[in-house]
Design a protein around this ligand. Structure first.
Ligand code: F6P
Length: 318
């Protein structure tokens, strides 16, 4: 393999640039030509592909977002779209591809691999929701962004004896809420894996008040039990309550050391895997070790239960 490509797809996440840098620099170090594909699979279909140099990835390790841009692409889900993408790669003699993104992006990578293009996935999403890996690039930064916001909200909540309902991202998983809630001392955490009745939140608020705590932060994940729903129900009980939806600020910002290191290791490992002839696989962290495993095998692996962490947070926030 002489020539490889790299793209970012799906929601951007802090640390993706560090991963791109690692793919480009470790690839060039080992004698490969590395091409950047702009705007994910959409750019691949359209042929938006440029060679990257050592210098084109300079000064990006500390930047959030992705210098390769990202996009969601319905056309790539069709056979025709995939054939167009493969034709673009063939035209440039690109035989290997590193796809940085979430599980939707991995499905695309797997299709290409089944059609003969060597592909390796790097898990990049703030949600940390990909089966087979304990960490995804961007999760740590997003959690720290939420903690910073919670610390500030707490100043105001405690000054006014108020209840705050704060909504975070996470799609179908409450990992961001759980980690940020535990680290930020949220009084209640609501996650999609274990939706609850607002009655339970109310009971916790009453118990807190009885023990002398007059402010409270309720952290919820978007989707089930959204902040707006929780606020509506609690408002009926005459509470002084405010809502903050953190939204896309969780996707941006300077990546933490953990995300930069993870991204650098995963980027270099992806190139190594391609050079060794692997395809249809993802890079992952399991038990603190950097590994690679087939997409299909990763999908079969159970995602760890949120329950123990949720119980710990409950116990420590009484
Ligand atoms: O997957 C990352 C994520 O930020 C989710 O947490 C969220 O549900 C979704 O993307 C938002 O997507 P978009 O930026 O397309 O609105």
């Amino acid at each position: 393999m002489k020539r490889i490509g790299v793209l970012t797809s799906g929601g951007d996440s802090p640390g993706m640039n560090a991963a791109i840098r690692a793919v480009v620099r470790s690839g060039i170090y080992q004698g490969l030509d590395v091409y950047g594909i702009y705007r994910g699979f959409k750019g691949l279909i359209e042929g938006s592909i440029q060679p990257l140099t050592l210098r084109s990835v300079g000064n990006i390790i500390h930047r959030g977002g992705t210098i390769l841009f990202s996009a969601r692409c319905e056309e790539f889900e069709t056979e025709e779209g995939q054939h167009k993408a493969i034709a673009q790669l063939k035209k440039l003699g690109i035989h290997g591809l590193v796809v940085i993104g979430g599980d939707g992006s991995f499905r695309g990578a797997e299709r290409l691999s089944q059609k003969g293009v060597a592909t390796i996935g790097i898990p990049g999403t703030i949600d940390n929701d990909i089966a087979g890996t304990e960490y995804t690039i961007g999760f740590d930064t997003a959690v720290n962004t939420v903690i910073e916001a919670l610390d500030k909200i707490r100043d105001s909540a405690s000054s006014h004896d108020r209840i705050f309902v704060v909504e975070v991202m996470g799609r179908d998983t409450g990992k961001i809420a759980l980690w940020a809630g535990l680290a930020g001392g949220a009084e209640s955490i609501i996650v999609p894996e274990m939706p609850i009745q607002v009655e339970e939140v109310w009971a916790r608020l009453e118990r807190s008040r009885a023990s002398g705590k007059n402010h409270s932060i309720i952290l919820v994940t978007e989707g089930t039990n959204s902040a707006a729903e929780v606020v509506d129900e609690l408002k009926q009980r005459n509470l002084d309550i405010r809502m903050t939806v953190l939204g896309h600020i969780q996707r941006g910002g300077v990546p933490t050391a953990l995300d930069r290191v993870l991204a650098s290791k995963m980027g270099a490992k992806a190139v190594e895997c391609l050079r060794q002839g692997a395809s249809g696989e993802m890079i992952a962290i399991q038990k603190n070790e950097l590994i690679h495993l087939p997409f299909a095998k990763a999908r079969e692996q159970a995602k760890p239960s949120v329950e123990p962490m949720l119980e710990l947070a409950k116990m420590l926030s009484i």
